[in-house]
Unconditional design. Structure first.
Length: 507
């Protein structure tokens, strides 16, 4: 079963028939951003993040046009980008801007937790660390906010596993309502501007506002797409760029969904084998039965959520979101085992619900960030989806073959179309080969056991960009500057001295 709304986050769930509201965005040639730095009004960050661990952080906002083709119009609508800067602790060499992925994740919030890890490294000593929340995301305004907390809770509670014609119609009706709400609550003009190409222009505006002649950039996961979009539009302004966990953007999104499904199956197989080597594994010890055992534990949740201390219970959708969230890194495998053990014993399955809440950014008070809404808006502005229902049935068939652990029931020949088929703002670009900003400017990092951005994508992108590749042998999504010196040391040398990593480095 193709689960468009899964944590895999390549294809967005649902469909919306709002063809009459369709708005095509046109991306003009990259507009020149003035290099004269404006006077930024820096202030404390206490209203935005917990500054206990980043006491030197300062925050500001940078204005960008909602529509870059109308940038010369002083009356044109603007977005205010939230920007945080943590000064270098030693002799400053430059500034590094970072994006942690998503799309839809607040870079400012992530940097407030990530920066202390870099404080005593060459990166923290020599560079100001800057994060900005892309348009519509996190602390930037206006924000993409399509659904209420209650609406998101209700959507998560529906299992969406019936792929009969009637069941598919039900799933599409749910998502038809979601996209209509987004069009009504956000407005078409702002949705039309949510492309990664526009965010790359916004990033160049941040660079100019900081007074930097060239860009240094950390891109993780979706942040790699932002980085390559920037390099394509502003190749001469790239000094050094690290791309870790590369998103497959040069094939169509449906092929990417199948590719990612295979990556999550590989991650599940690795988890199950590790689990089986330990006492009381809820999946048993027979590798041929791991998938069947998982379905025995999770599939009954389509009829009745698992008991939790939280009154919501763990729904089928939440169980798989929690499972896939834990597969992003083997550090979370023990929590996954606890959650599956609770299902096997009939005890409270709060671990899986908590994993799902963490991924979907729901706090203990039941409030969501706008990451899910922004995720949908960016992907639908970026990627082109066919409208033929038969295409999605075929993708469902291929996905079942690649990822049986995440496939409910039998293949029916029907599958719901994704939200982006009928999203009110049309993407402006087609998939195309990446272009290099020039020799020596990019380093690619790829992990062999990465479920979300499969290793081979990193290999292919490094080849396209004629960039060195650092291979990490491990079961996690992204690795750079997480403490592995084999990976981090050559990256430090790259950013400080522009030294190229050893050829075919494997860590």
């Amino acid at each position: 079963m193709l689960r468009w709304g899964s944590v895999a986050r390549v294809v967005v769930s649902g469909v919306v028939c709002v063809v009459t509201l369709a708005l095509t965005t046109t991306v003009p040639p990259a507009a020149a951003v003035p290099d004269a730095a404006p006077t930024l009004q820096w202030h404390g960050c206490g209203d935005w993040v917990d500054t206990a661990k980043v006491p030197t952080a300062r925050c500001t906002s940078v204005a960008v046009p909602v529509d870059w083709s109308d940038a010369a119009n002083p009356q044109a609508p603007q977005a205010q980008l939230a920007v945080m800067r943590i000064p270098a602790t030693g002799k400053k060499l430059g500034t590094i801007i970072s994006n942690p992925g998503g799309p839809g994740v607040s870079a400012v919030e992530v940097m407030s937790r990530f920066a202390p890890k870099l404080e005593n490294t060459e990166i923290g000593r020599r560079f100001d660390l800057v994060a900005f929340d892309p348009r519509g995301v996190g602390l930037s305004t206006p924000e993409i906010r399509c659904e209420t907390d209650a609406e998101l809770d209700e959507y998560r509670a529906d299992p969406q596993v019936d792929y009969s014609p009637a069941g598919v119609a039900h799933i599409e009706d749910l998502d038809r309502e979601r996209a209509q709400r987004c069009a009504d609550r956000v407005g078409l003009a702002f949705l039309a501007g949510m492309s990664t190409e526009n965010s790359a222009r916004d990033m160049d505006a941040v660079r100019a506002a900081l007074g930097e002649e060239q860009l240094n950039f950390f891109g993780y996961s979706y942040g790699t797409r932002l980085g390559t979009a920037y390099a394509e539009q502003f190749p001469d302004r790239v000094r050094a760029m690290m791309l870790d966990g590369v998103v497959d953007q040069f094939t169509d999104p449906l092929a990417g969904a199948v590719e990612q499904a295979a990556g999550f199956q590989q991650a599940f197989d690795a988890y199950a084998a590790d689990c089986a080597s330990r006492p009381d594994c809820p999946l048993g010890t027979d590798s041929a039965a791991f998938v069947d055992r998982l379905h025995q534990l999770v599939d009954p949740l389509t009829d009745k959520p698992a008991r939790t201390a939280d009154p919501r219970g763990t729904s089928y959708s939440d169980a798989f979101t929690g499972i896939e969230d834990a597969l992003y890194s083997d550090e979370d495998w023990p929590r996954l085992t606890e959650g599956l053990t609770a299902l096997a014993r009939g005890t409270d399955a709060d671990d899986l619900l908590e994993l799902a809440d963490e991924y979907l950014e729901r706090d203990e008070d039941g409030h969501y960030t706008n990451s899910e809404d922004a995720f949908n808006a960016v992907h639908c502005a970026d990627d082109v989806y066919p409208s033929d229902p038969a295409v999605y049935a075929d993708v469902d068939r291929r996905t079942r073959e690649m990822s049986p652990f995440n496939s409910y029931g039998e293949f029916t020949g029907y599958a719901p179309r994704p939200l982006c088929v009928f999203w009110p703002a049309r993407p402006a670009t087609e998939p195309h080969p990446l272009t290099s900003p020039g020799p020596g400017k990019v380093v690619v990092v790829s992990s062999t056991g990465d479920p979300a951005t499969p290793y081979q994508v990193g290999v292919d992108v490094a080849r396209q960009l004629d960039a060195p590749l650092i291979t990490f042998d491990g079961n996690q999504h992204t690795v750079a500057f997480s403490g592995n010196r084999c990976v981090d040391a050559p990256l430090e040398a790259f950013f400080v001295d522009l030294a190229q990593p050893p050829a075919d480095l494997r860590c």
